[in-house]
Design a protein around this ligand. Sequence first.
Ligand code: NAD
Length: 357
Amino acid sequence: MSEKMIAVLPGDGIGPEVMAQTLRVLECVAPEVQTQHGLIGGAAYVEHATHFPDETKRLIDDADAVLFGSVGGPVEHSDQPKWRNCEVNSILALRNHLNLSVNYRPAKFYPALQNISPLKNSRLAGCDEILILRELLGDIYFGEKKTWHEQDNTYAQDTANYDAKLIEHMAHQAFQTAEKRSGKLTSVDKANVLDTSKLWRQVFDQVATDYPNVVLSHMLVDNCAMQLILNPAQFDVIATGNLFGDILSDAASALPGSLGMMPSASFSRDGKGLYEPSGGSAPDIAGQDKANPMAQLLSLAMLLRHSLNMNQQAEAIEHAIEETLNQGFRTADIMQDGCHLVGTTAFTNQIIQILMT
Ligand code: NAD
């Protein structure tokens, strides 16, 4: 088997801390996987006066997959050169560089953490994991934008664009994902109002004929936002456009209880994957061994499964995390009465201990 190489980009804030722990776990489950580190974000700016140096671009191009931490500094320091436009210049530039087309965000509900969810336990009954697929290349973020003044008023306009081929690619990804899970797919749009959504729905209906084992349903985005809170157990895979996906995936990621547990993956059309926690660099807790490493660890598990075909190792990590929670170990963000409060390192030690037995 040829050697696989992961580009590791820890970034700023809690990024390097949770990444260091994640690499200990990688060494434990898949020591044969090679890693090479690159600089990005403020950490890169200090060395190269740019947030996304050419060395890092070359590293990414040579890698089989990218494991990213987080970038950015304290919001109150965002006018300093090191932090100015840091997120745009690094993570958004990285997404452009890889031409990522679909983002996957699972929101997993752990029985041991039911009480930290903002939802009542009764609403969580039957919830396991909701996976939101968000299209990344079309919609209102990339259409024409303008602001203009006329007479005594100011106007602004953003244009949403979709085309059938872009939606078709997304729909195939969504159906194939649903086919490997429960066979249930909810496509979310605003087809009662928007032309882009009418096209979205039409293409999803056409593509559905290729996947007779998947049950497709359509839901309007406003109803979906409400249903995520009222009855999250009805969802398995949700597929939606760029704007709706941005909002719904953030809403869904709040439901299990902490941003520190939420991984994500994005894929380019040629299948290269970028894996990263859903949260940011958390400057408020950086350097204190307080960060929850779950989001980074679960991002690694997704990487092993989807980019390196190492399903068994991915499952081992996921199982060890769940066991650690069942044994009552908690970082501060998910702390509950009667549990053991531990730091980033001790939480990972526990995971490694389970993996070694
Ligand atoms: P944030 O996601 O960094 O933090 C929000 C809250 O969640 C904080 O209270 C933080 O302590 C907590 N949190 C996040 N991850 C956690 C973890 N693993 N364990 C425990 N708690 C965790 O968002 P913010 O404070 O708005 O932004 C901070 C910086 O991060 C900014 O510079 C912002 O631009 C950047 N940012 C980067 C990314 C990215 O790298 N993809 C995403 C969002 C924000």
